[in-house]
Design a protein around this ligand. Structure first.
Ligand SMILES: Nc1ncnc2c1ncn2[C@@H]1O[C@H](COP(=O)(O)OP(=O)(O)O)[C@@H](O)[C@H]1O
Ligand SMILES: [Mg+2]
Length: 320
């Protein structure tokens, strides 16, 4: 088959993974471009960790293939795996060992030794901001610091592709910001290509150049956050009304040309109004309400975000 084009670093084609009867990853094809931060956004159980395990060669897919450049990524392929760093979802550390000792251990697993190992350990401790805690046992670290140490371990062999699986789950805000900063610096200053999974749409919006939205093992949409959001078109106006007038208000507003749909909001005092352009429709809505002598108690324009994109493509909310 044809080789990856110049811009592509990691290529997955037709990847399937089954656990018994359950299809966890369902025919995923995607290209991760060299130098980008690629996000996989989806709720718990969407198949993110399974897909990542396949992308980094931890295990083989039921069907399909993964290539890093022209090199197949398989559990046995050392040359490809040497170029990939993985920060798994579950923290893997030796609690009784210090941060430095943990990193020396993981470095040896990657085949590092001697002076190079010592230099790399210090360099990665610095990247994650743990140099001054490096001699303390890992068991004394907060959950966030343990995660940062895991991130450091994934960087020891200077991978050109770094794969992070939900690195901020259960992490304190300070460590969370540290992880964001590290990811941004590695990408921007060192040119490391990043694959980042999350179920937090704010993270995907902030960090990722492109985002694949994954649900039930399928990529249902893939583009830049901006393009995904713009693909939704308009927006939603939410107005507060007298619940006793809901039916009348809905009828009046749904008839407006600038309004696409009007219907119940999250509770009976709120009405959601969908429009091609929320800002334009707002004027018409207020005029129509005035003309009918109906009161508008509150007004909000809900800006579309990746959460709305997820809702549009899956019919469900990202948060369970
Ligand atoms: N080792 C396993 N054996 C059986 N089912 C699994 C296993 N790992 C994950 N699953 C199932 O596969 C689906 C995808 O899981 P996972 O890849 O962990 O999703 P995510 O990381 O997005 O939460 C889920 O339904 C999960 O319960
Ligand atoms: Mg997972």
């Amino acid at each position: 088959m044809s080789s990856a084009d110049n811009g592509t670093l990691l290529r997955a084609g037709g990847v399937m993974h089954r656990y018994g009867d359950l299809t966890a990853v369902n025919d995923v094809s995607l290209n991760v471009r060299r130098g980008e931060v690629f996000g996989l956004l989806g709720p718990n159980g969407a198949g993110k960790s399974t897909l990542i395990g396949i992308l980094c060669g931890m295990f083989a897919p039921t069907a399909g293939s993964v290539h890093l450049g022209d090199v197949p990524v398989t559990p046995g392929a050392r040359s490809a795996k040497q170029r990939i760093g993985v920060v798994p979802q579950d923290i893997a550390l030796y609690e009784k060992l210090s941060g430095r000792q943990n990193l020396r251990f993981f470095g040896r697993v990657y085949g590092l030794g001697g002076r190079r190992l010592r230099e790399r350990v210090e360099a990665v401790l610095d990247v994650v901001g743990l140099s001054d805690r490096g001699n303390d046992r890992a068991e004394t670290y907060s959950g966030g610091m343990q995660r940062r140490l895991n991130l450091a371990a994934g960087l020891l062999h200077e991978p050109e592709l770094l794969i992070l699986d939900e690195p901020t789950v259960g992490v304190d805000p300070q460590s969370r910001n540290h992880i964001f900063d590290s990811v941004e610096r590695l990408n921007q200053d060192k040119g490391v290509t990043i694959v980042y999974t999350t179920h937090y749409m704010e993270e995907a919006e902030r960090l990722c150049d492109r985002v694949g939205i994954i649900d039930h093992g399928k990529i249902v949409a893939l583009d830049t956050p901006r393009a995904l959001i713009e693909s939704l078109g308009g927006g939603v106006i939410q107005i507060g009304i007298d619940p006793g007038q809901a039916e009348q208000v809905t009828e009046i507003l749904a008839a407006l040309e600038s309004v696409q749909a009007a219907g119940p909001g999250p509770d009976e005092r709120l009405l959601n109004i969908e429009a091609e352009s929320a800002r334009h429709a707002l004027v018409d809505v207020m005029q129509a309400m005035n003309a009918a002598a109906l009161e508008v108690e509150t007004v909000r324009i809900l800006e579309p975000n990746l959460e709305s994109v997820f809702l549009r493509y899956t019919g469900r909310s990202l948060r369970d």
